[in-house]
Design a protein around this ligand. Structure first.
Ligand code: AMP
Length: 233
């Protein structure tokens, strides 16, 4: 059990959803993805979904107060009591500071950033196909197409493209990431715990690199705690 929050950062199309799902399954803690929470609110036509929709369709960020409130309600649930993997949050400095305050004194945070060159990102996001039945079933029109067009190989579900995965909106989301999320990376880098992970590799390889980085950090922290305790005795 991790008793820790893992924060996965990365631009749109960097594969953070895929990696976060796998990590959460292996660590046995929930995958908390703010984008998915918003999409399900839009689909259910809730008040929150109606307020978020326009921002999402144009690739802009939903205002901080809506996101943080939704997030803190989610992570207060019992299933998050041993930790959780955050995917898509925090995306602004304000969100990062709210998260710092929310977890202070209770949780440690590990922060990993998936790094992928811009040209690959637009291509990846623009070809992405998702299964309506199961968000874990993800395809790519060119790199990993399904056997039958529009149908999930694993469960027969209908495949669809996210409305914000069209090239113009992907480009806008990338711009937002560079402008508004770059300070978040800087924030964690300055605090000394940002793990850079090469996301420009096959998914299994990215996952191995990510796990190795997280385990290396946790070994370092235990060694540090050990030396602090020894020093104090
Ligand atoms: P994602 O699935 O993470 O790419 O998120 C899809 C869209 O949901 C984003 O383009 C934003 O409009 C919105 N969104 C998700 N997470 C956040 C967040 N932490 N802050 C603001 N907007 C968000």
């Amino acid at each position: 059990m991790i008793d820790q929050v893992v924060i996965l950062l990365g631009p749109p199309g960097s594969g953070k959803g895929t990696q976060a799902r796998r990590l959460s399954a292996d660590l046995g803690v929930p995958h908390v993805a703010t984008g998915e929470m918003f999409r399900s609110n839009v689909e259910d036509d809730t008040e929150l979904g109606r307020r978020a929709r326009g921002f999402m369709e144009s690739g802009r960020l939903v205002p901080d107060e809506l996101v943080t409130e939704m997030l803190f309600v989610r992570v207060a649930a019992e299933d998050c009591s041993c930790g959780y993997v955050l995917d898509g949050f925090p995306r602004t400095l304000g969100q990062a500071e709210a998260l710092d305050r929310g977890i202070e004194g209770r949780w440690g945070a590990s922060v990993a950033s998936l790094e992928v060159p811009d040209a690959a990102l637009v291509e990846r996001a623009s070809g992405r196909l998702l299964c309506r039945n199961d968000g874990n079933h993800i395809y790519h029109a060119s790199f990993s197409p399904p056997a039958s067009e529009g149908i999930c190989d694993q469960c027969g579900g209908e495949l669809y493209r996210r409305e914000d995965d069209v090239p113009e909106v992907v480009a806008a989301r990338l711009g937002v990431y560079r402008e508004q999320t770059a300070p978040v990376l800087e924030h964690y880098a300055q605090a000394g715990h940002l793990l850079g992970v090469n996301g420009d590799q096959a998914p299994d390889e990215v996952y191995r690199t990510l796990r190795a980085a997280l385990e290396g950090e946790s070994r370092e922290n235990s060694a540090l705690e050990g030396s602090t305790t020894e020093g104090g005795e």
